[in-house]
Write a protein that binds this ligand. Structure first.
Ligand SMILES: [Mn+2]
Length: 280
């Protein structure tokens, strides 16, 4: 699904790849609390609930790359009234972005378990389409929040989100915010939350996994170049070691001061080089 005003080259390329396309009306909504102007478009994710010819739909942000089979997601148990499956979103605001709620002590990565409120990242969502839900989400929900779709869905579906393992939505700030917690070897979907791979000026700003940027680049080349290019673009093995900076941060974190991790990053000056983008 795409709005009519999207650049013609995009639907053309998708159609060539035999992707079924449908033009939809933009539902963009501005808001005073929006962190970034382009977040106004994230509300359009509600259209996935209109795909009622499918039992289940898995949404993936365009800034994600799948590295392993994720069919398991479709078999998530939705019994007990569950409405969505999604992996946890980090709320540490590790880069101290202004205007973003910062809650390291409420972060699902610091406080896992059913006794704490869950906060999902909506980069990957598995849902069951329903026109009723679509109408509700389109017309009854306030999206004037820092992360419009993500914050709203967490509120609307509170207590009804099945928690997926972080491997299904490995946000690239995780090795910085929560070092040693997750293994690169286990990544199934990598999420370029910070430093979009198509934004050359901001590539790999904090040593986030360079192999994933390389994989993105090769995959894009393969798509553009056809089958022969695809066979040449072998998947590189993910690297384990992020960077010297990350090692330093990891060491600092041993003090168990979560906010101190952000302070450390700011002191290095690395943050100023980062044109922070979003998880939207
Ligand atoms: Mn994203």
């Amino acid at each position: 699904m795409h709005p009519a005003d999207v650049a013609f080259a995009v639907p053309k390329a998708l159609a060539a790849a035999r992707v079924t396309l449908r033009v939809v009306e933009r539902l963009d909504r501005g808001g005073a609390k929006h962190l970034v102007k382009r977040y106004a478009a994230t509300i359009n994710k509600v259209y996935i609930w209109t795909l009622t010819s499918y039992d289940r739909v898995c949404w993936l942000d365009a800034d994600m790359i799948v590295t392993k089979n994720i069919d398991d997601v479709f078999h998530t148990d939705f019994s007990g009234g569950m409405a969505m499956a999604a992996a946890p979103g980090c709320t540490c605001n590790i880069f101290r972005r202004p205007g973003v709620p910062t809650s390291p002590h409420g972060c699902p990565f610091n406080c896992p378990g059913p006794e704490h409120p869950y906060y999902a990242n909506t980069g990957l969502m598995m849902i069951e389409p329903s026109l009723e839900t679509f109408e509700f989400l389109r017309s009854e929900v306030d999206y004037d929040m820092p992360y419009p779709d993500q914050d709203a869905f967490n509120i609307v579906f509170k207590g009804r989100i099945v928690q997926l393992p972080p491997r299904y939505n490995f946000m690239n700030q995780l090795p910085i915010a929560h070092p040693n917690m997750l293994s690169y070897d286990d990544i199934a979907v990598y999420h370029f939350c910070y430093g979009k791979p198509w934004d050359a000026a901001n590539l790999n700003p904090l040593g986030v996994n360079p192999a994933m940027y390389e994989l993105w680049r090769r995959t894009l080349a393969a798509i553009r170049g056809g089958a022969s290019a695809a066979s040449r673009a072998a998947t590189p093995a993910p690297r384990k070691a992020p960077s010297a900076l990350l090692s330093k941060v990891a060491k600092e974190e041993e003090a168990d001061d979560l906010c101190g991790v952000s302070d450390q990053l700011e002191e290095t000056g690395a943050v100023t080089k980062l044109q922070v983008t979003s998880c939207a």
